[in-house]
Design a protein around this ligand. Structure first.
Ligand SMILES: CC(C)(COP(=O)(O)OP(=O)(O)OC[C@H]1O[C@@H](n2cnc3c(N)ncnc32)[C@H](O)[C@@H]1OP(=O)(O)O)[C@@H](O)C(=O)NCCC(=O)NCCS
Length: 193
């Protein structure tokens, strides 16, 4: 049986070159597309910034509202700074999702550790509109949860629109979710990892 057809393919390729080991994790979306989760380190900030600006420009107003809980005609320079300049792979971890063949970015997720409760981190995931509903968000949240646990994070928190059912279902993929209505149509989610 072709393993590609039934199971998620996780293929680890190790490139040993001047002591460097690179790891690629390949997964399949529901439509069969092969995607890869990529870590975004501090050294990748310039690329992250460019991809964020481009990806945001293509995002529908509804997805922007769901992600930022307000109408967002553009990303401000302060928002860009917070989304890019503090990525450090320890307290602010960002992971991208790319089409394996072309390297086209289709999603981005991140968690930012709470400065008061270091075992808790705020999580957010965005998938490009045309790729939503195919399992991309679930792949990203699972990869984020694995990275979080390795870094001592035990809870994810997320403030989401109360009717964002995709987000709620995605969060449930990585742990028990408790939900607290926030008012103004939003809800605070806490996920036990
Ligand atoms: C929320 C979001 C990240 C989910 O990513 P996605 O790739 O669309 O989600 P998936 O395809 O992995 O599906 C995740 C779950 O949501 C469910 N789902 C997907 N779209 C749905 C919809 N429109 N309504 C209800 N449930 C939906 C799926 O069935 C799946 O649940 P299951 O595992 O129980 O079957 C994505 O929709 C998105 O980017 N939305 C805009 C930004 C946003 O809201 N971000 C959330 C901030 S945390």
């Amino acid at each position: 049986m072709d393993p590609y057809t039934r199971w998620t393919l996780t293929e680890v390729l190790s490139i040993r070159e001047v002591g460097l080991v690179a790891t690629f994790t390949l997964e399949r979306l529901a439509d069969g597309s092969l995607v890869s989760v990529v870590a975004v380190g501090p050294q990748d900030r310039a690329r992250l910034r460019a991809e964020l600006i481009e990806g945001f420009a293509r995002l529908s107003p509804e997805s922007r509202f769901s992600r930022f809980l307000m109408a967002m005609p553009r990303l401000t320079s302060e928002q860009l700074r917070r989304l890019v300049d503090t990525v450090d792979d320890r307290d602010h971890v960002a992971l991208g999702l790319e089409l394996a063949e072309s390297g086209t970015p289709i999603g981005l997720g991140r968690f930012v550790r709470d400065s008061v409760v270091p075992t808790s981190a705020d999580v957010a995931v965005t998938v490009a509109d045309e790729w939503q509903g195919k399992g991309a968000g679930t792949i990203l949240i699972r990869a984020l949860a694995a990275a979080a646990k390795k870094r001592g994070v035990r809870h994810f928190t997320a403030l989401v629109l109360a009717d964002n059912l995709a987000s709620l279902a995605m969060l449930r993929a990585v742990g028990r979710v408790t939900r607290c209505e926030h008012g103004g149509g939003a809800a605070d989610m806490t996920v036990e990892l």
